[in-house]
Every structure is written in structure tokens, then in C-alpha cells.
Design a protein around this ligand. Structure first.
Ligand code: TNX
Length: 619
């Protein structure tokens, strides 16, 4: 097939992409459901549509009725147990039901849309997820009163743990932002928020017994400018940086998350990544006489917690306050990147290694985590640790987060431990850049484009069927060394979080990146654009950087955000809003031995811009 034909084929494929409601098998829903059986006709939502509920106090029901109110719908909500059924026909109604007879899988729901009525039944969180789907459908067809296509949607998640992490230690994000983050997670059916609350660069959770943790550990004197390694500069911003959550604020966030069926996994880092705590209480270190200050440049601090009884008492007390606040099963104790230098220098550690008959400092790390696990278990909770907790022997009941590739996760699953996959190599590090272009903002580096995140498969084929069951889910991490504002956090999060949602929820057989990115995503991004979110605007489909050879080209571009404009140049200059707007396929002829650059930029209705892309056409 020559290039011209290839492009024409692309044109035909993309023309069908426009009207997703008719052609998209998933009706625009992200994450794609388990099954959608479409039928003829549509349900018309009108101001007269009655909302019938059988459990008015249920969180999912409240979420839906609040949503309707907030969005200006005036529909009446009735408790089916209270109404005279003869008086209200089911015609033109939406029913939300928890009391039904059908068997549904955990967190599952079934949404039946017919011309006369919509019936949503769900089990536990399932009703909430059904509500999210219903809201997406209402919005997709027509914000406001309009129609939803008739269909039967059966749905439940692939994995029980669908996580999104946020590092608030390197940079602090306030309660309002955390709520926004939780809203996004809920809409996309993610159910675990991993809150990275402490690190070398800041302690962000109030601990009543140890106020200096936030008074001293919550503040760094200044912050490194630019990249810390491979260094741009040796410059610091000379600006104090601080922030922490009071326990009252934490409780408020937990409550907000619970209303959205999101569990919070709090992380208190130990024995490494603890410099902020050590700066506040130097007695936690192996060398209490040394001066310490909260970390100001990125990377791993060599100063770590010393495994003394005093340290364990203090950590137990801290964890007790944490467990009194957070009701969830999991307490994340970190465990990653703990340099052993300070322990090697310490007489105390040497004695402890021999007293406990440990092999070396790795054994000491296991001893450390093991003691903490015993305490956490005694309070009826389970620890999660990063995969380094495997080194020197895994604590008996720990769940492992595999971040340095999948090796740690595979080893842990083979040992019969539960595992959450979150490998940086799998496109799950959202602090990595979203393309190789130098136009991307400062990041820690790497390249984790949307397609890579989307393609991630959490269950390693090397595991036996029995071991595979230990892979309880998947998570993406947002480390914030180079993310100082909520806007940038959103830019790095979106749209990759939607791809993550599909990795965690959608059956592998239903995943299809073309359908996801070209038929469903554009509408979701338009919604975020209108709602004032920041996100990385993808390059227009058909305009990705590439070199093409030939003499004739028919270039078809599709906006990656519904309603966005594509501007272009053919003169080599970077395009902007003053340049030509793409309206119809471009028929370009390239004379022999000539090269033409087609450069594009996408600008969303709110004014957000993609990077500039460059198609080089040579003959
Ligand atoms: C490694 S992932 C870390 C973090 C950094 C991150 C940057 C993990 C357990 N530790 O402390 O922020 O890399 O990508």
C-alpha cells in the first residue's frame, strides 16, 4: 500500500471516529465496561422523569441526587418504599436499586436502559460505579436534558485494588486539591488513594504526641532549582517551603473519600526517606549529635532511622495516631531506598546485628520492617511496603508494591504474598515525561506516553494461575519533586489516569487503544477542559511527529479534544492561534527533492495548548 492510500485509509477510519455514540461499542464510557449490549431507541430524560430509589441514605444514591441538583436538574426523587406504586408508573423513571435479586460480582452493577425507563442495580460499591457510568452517559449525549441510547451494560472491575498515589511531601497539596483528585479518581472508578505523607523533604501529617514533626519537619529552608541530578545548576530558591494537614483536615478527607468508595492508604516512610523526622527529632538517627536539616535537594538522603528501642517506641506511637485516624486495612510503611551507610558506621547497629543473629544490614532492614509489621498487625492492620522490603527476608504478612519493574512483585507473589503492580517501566510513573519532545515541561525524565500506560498488563505470565491471584491490583504514582503546583499535577495526571483506570478495571480482552484514545477520550477531555482542569492536550490524531516519503499526501487530522481547534503552518514556523485553522483534509504535493514540514498545534476551547508537532514530508 503506498502512502497516499495509507492516509486515505486513515481518513476513513477517522471519519467514523467522530460520532462515537453510534460507532463506539463502549458508548464513550471510560473505563470500558465488561459488556455493552446496545439496542434500538433511546431513553429521553425530561424534567418529568422520576428518580426512584429503594435506599435513599445510600452513598451512591446521595451522590447521584446531589449530582442532579448541582447540575441544575429539577427531577423529583422518590423513595419506592414510601410511594403508592399504582400512582407512579415506571414510565419515564430512573430507578437506583440495592435490593434486587440478580447475582452480581463484587463491586458490580447492571444498567438497563430502555425507552421507558432506566434501571440501575448494584452491589455495594457497584451501585456507585453504576452511577458514575450513568453520569458519563448523561453527559456524553447532552449535558442537560437529552437522550441516552438503549443498552444493557453489565460491569465489574478486573482488580479489587485500583490505586492512584500522590506525593505531598516533596510538594504540598491542600485539602481542596486532594478532594479534586478524589473526585477524578471516583469518576474513573479508582478505589485506593495512596497518600505519601512523609519523606526527606517534608513531614505533612500532624502527630499530636510529636508536634515538632510538623513544626520543624514540615518546613524546609529552600528548594533546589531545576533538575537535581545531571544538574542544571547549583541554585536554590532561597524561599522557605512548608505545609501540613491537621488531623481534623485528614479526617475530613477520609470522610470525603469514603463517600466516594475510596479507601486511603496512608504512607509513613521508614527507615529511609525519613530526614524530615530526623531533623525534628535527631534522636531517631544513629548519630544524634550531627546537625540535620529537612531535605532541600532531590534524591535519597543517607540519614535514616536508627533501629533503637527509642525509635520503635516513637514510630509505634506515630502509627497508633495514624491508625486511629485512617480506618482502612492497609498502612504503608515505605521501606524503599534505605542506604545502609549510617547503620554500617554505628556500633549500636553492629551489636544489634550480632545479637539478633542477622546476616548484615539488609537483615537489619528486615528486622526493622518485621518489628513494625508485628505492631501494625497487633492493631488488626496489614502493612504494605515498596519492593525493597523483600531484601533480607519479607515480613510474614506484608503486601508488596512492585515499583522497580515487576521482579519484586513476581517474587512476592511466588512467596504467597499479595502484590500491587506499579512499575515505573510500565508507564505507571506519572512524574515521567509524556513524550520525548523537549517541549514537555521539566520532569524527572523518562518517557511514559499515554499509549504506554494504557498497554500495561499487571499480571505477569510467568506466574501460575494460583500465584496470579495474588496480584490484587495496579497503581500509578505521582511523585512531586518537579511538580510544584496543582495545575502541573493535573497536567502530569491527565489523561494518563484514564488509561490507568482502564488497566485496573477493564477486562484485558476489551482493551483497545485506538478506540480509547480516538473514540472515547476526546469527549472526556472536553469535559475536563470546561470544568477548569489542566491536562496534557494530546497532539492531533494524524499529526504525530513523523517523516513520510512520497509526492502526494492527503493529511487528515482529528482534534484530540472535542471542540478544540487545530492550527498549522507549512512554512516551518511554530503555529499558534493566528495561523491557518485546519478544517478539511490537506492535499499536499511535494516536488522532487523537496521537503515540507506540516506543523500543528491543538488549542482547546479554554485555551490550553498541545506541544507543536512536526510531520516531515519528503520527496
Ligand atoms: C523513587 S518509587 C522513589 C521516590 C521518588 C521517585 C521518583 C519509590 C518507592 N521511591 O522516592 O520520588 O523514585 O520517580
Amino acid at each position: 500500500m503506498n502512502m497516499k492510500h495509507k492516509l486515505l485509509l486513515l481518513l476513513l477510519m477517522m471519519m467514523s471516529a467522530g460520532a462515537f455514540a453510534q460507532n463506539d461499542p463502549y458508548l464513550g464510557i471510560i473505563p470500558a465496561p465488561v459488556s455493552v449490549a446496545k439496542s434500538k431507541g433511546e431513553f429521553k430524560l425530561t424534567p418529568e422523569t422520576i428518580i426512584l430509589v429503594d435506599t435513599p441514605d445510600n452513598k451512591a444514591v446521595r451522590f447521584f441526587t446531589n449530582y442532579l441538583k448541582k447540575s441544575g436538574y429539577v427531577n423529583t426523587v422518590l423513595d419506592v418504599n414510601q410511594v403508592d406504586r399504582k400512582k407512579y408508573s415506571l414510565k419515564n423513571s430512573i430507578t437506583l436499586s440495592l435490593n434486587f435479586k440478580s447475582e452480581l460480582p463484587a463491586e458490580g452493577y447492571q444498567l438497563t436502559i430502555s425507552e421507558n425507563q432506566v434501571f440501575l442495580e448494584g452491589r455495594g460499591a457497584g451501585l456507585f460505579y453504576g452511577v458514575q457510568t450513568l453520569i458519563q452517559l448523561l453527559h456524553a449525549s447532552n449535558p442537560g436534558y437529552g437522550t441516552i441510547p438503549c443498552a444493557v451494560i453489565k460491569d465489574h472491575p478486573r482488580f479489587p485494588y485500583r490505586g492512584m498515589h500522590l506525593d505531598v511531601a516533596r510538594h504540598f497539596f491542600d485539602v481542596d486539591f486532594i478532594k479534586k483528585y478524589l473526585d477524578l479518581m471516583a469518576e474513573y472508578k479508582l478505589n485506593n488513594f495512596h497518600w505519601h505523607l512523609t519523606d526527606d523533604h517534608g513531614w505533612r501529617i500532624e502527630i499530636k504526641k510529636y508536634p515538632k514533626l510538623t513544626e520543624i519537619g514540615g518546613m524546609r529552608a529552600q528548594t533546589k532549582i531545576g533538575r537535581a541530578t545531571g544538574g542544571d545548576s547549583d541554585l536554590y530558591d532561597n524561599t522557605p517551603y512548608s505545609g501540613f494537614y491537621t488531623q481534623e483536615q485528614i479526617a475530613e478527607v477520609i470522610h470525603y473519600a469514603e463517600d466516594r468508595y475510596i479507601n486511603i492508604v496512608p504512607e509513613i516512610e521508614m527507615p529511609g526517606h525519613s530526614l524530615a523526622a530526623i531533623a525534628a527529632y535527631p534522636a531517631l538517627s544513629c548519630d544524634p549529635e550531627k546537625p540535620y536539616k529537612v531535605g532541600e535537594t532531590w534524591g535519597v538522603s543517607k540519614d535514616v532511622l536508627c533501629p533503637t528501642n527509642e525509635t520503635f517506641t516513637m514510630i509505634d506511637n506515630i502509627l497508633l495516631e495514624v491508625m486511629e485516624l485512617f480506618p482502612g486495612k492497609y498502612i504503608h510503611i515505605g521501606g524503599d531506598e534505605c542506604p545502609k551507610i549510617a547503620w554500617k558506621k554505628s556500633d549500636f547497629c553492629r551489636r544489634l546485628i550480632s545479637e539478633q543473629s542477622l546476616n548484615d544490614e539488609n537483615g537489619l532492614q528486615s528486622y526493622f520492617v518485621g518489628r513494625i509489621e508485628k505492631y501494625v498487625n497487633s492493631q488488626g492492620r496489614t502493612i504494605i511496603g515498596w519492593d525493597e522490603i523483600l531484601e533480607g527476608g519479607l515480613a510474614p504478612h506484608a503486601t508488596v508494591m512492585s515499583w522497580r519493574g515487576e521482579g519484586g512483585g513476581i517474587a512476592a507473589a511466588q512467596l504467597g504474598h499479595d502484590v500491587i503492580m506499579t512499575p515505573g517501566s510500565g508507564g505507571l510513573y506519572f512524574d515521567h515525561a509524556q513524550s520525548k519532545s523537549p517541549q514537555e515541561p521539566l520532569s524527572i525524565g523518562g518517557n511514559a506516553p499515554l499509549a504506554k500506560t494504557y498497554a500495561y498488563e499487571p499480571v505477569p505470565a510467568v506466574l501460575s494461575a494460583e500465584q496470579q491471584k495474588h496480584v490484587i491490583g495496579v497503581q500509578a504514582n505521582l511523585w512531586t519533586e518537579y511538580i510544584a503546583t496543582p495545575e502541573k499535577a493535573e497536567y502530569m495526571l491527565l489523561p494518563r489516569m484514564m488509561a490507568l483506570a482502564e488497566v485496573g478495571w477493564t477486562p484485558a480482552a476489551n482493551k483497545d487503544f485506538r478506540n480509547f484514545s480516538q473514540e472515547r477520550l476526546a469527549h472526556h477531555l472536553a469535559k475536563l477542559d470546561a470544568a477548569g482542569f489542566d491536562f496534557r492536550v494530546p497532539v492531533a490524531y494524524g499529526a504525530e511527529d513523523t517523516t513520510l516519503a512520497g509526492n502526494q499526501f492527503n493529511v487528515v487530522l482529528v482534534p484530540p479534544v472535542t471542540g478544540a481547534k487545530i492550527h498549522y503552518t507549512l512554512d516551518g514556523y511554530a503555529p499558534g492561534e493566528t495561523d491557518l485553522e485546519y478544517k478539511a483534509p490537506l492535499l499536499l504535493t511535494i516536488p522532487e527533492h523537496k521537503t515540507l514540514h506540516l506543523k500543528t498545534i491543538t488549542i482547546t476551547p479554554s485555551g490550553k495548548r498541545s506541544i507543536v508537532s512536526d510531520i516531515k514530508m519528503e520527496n
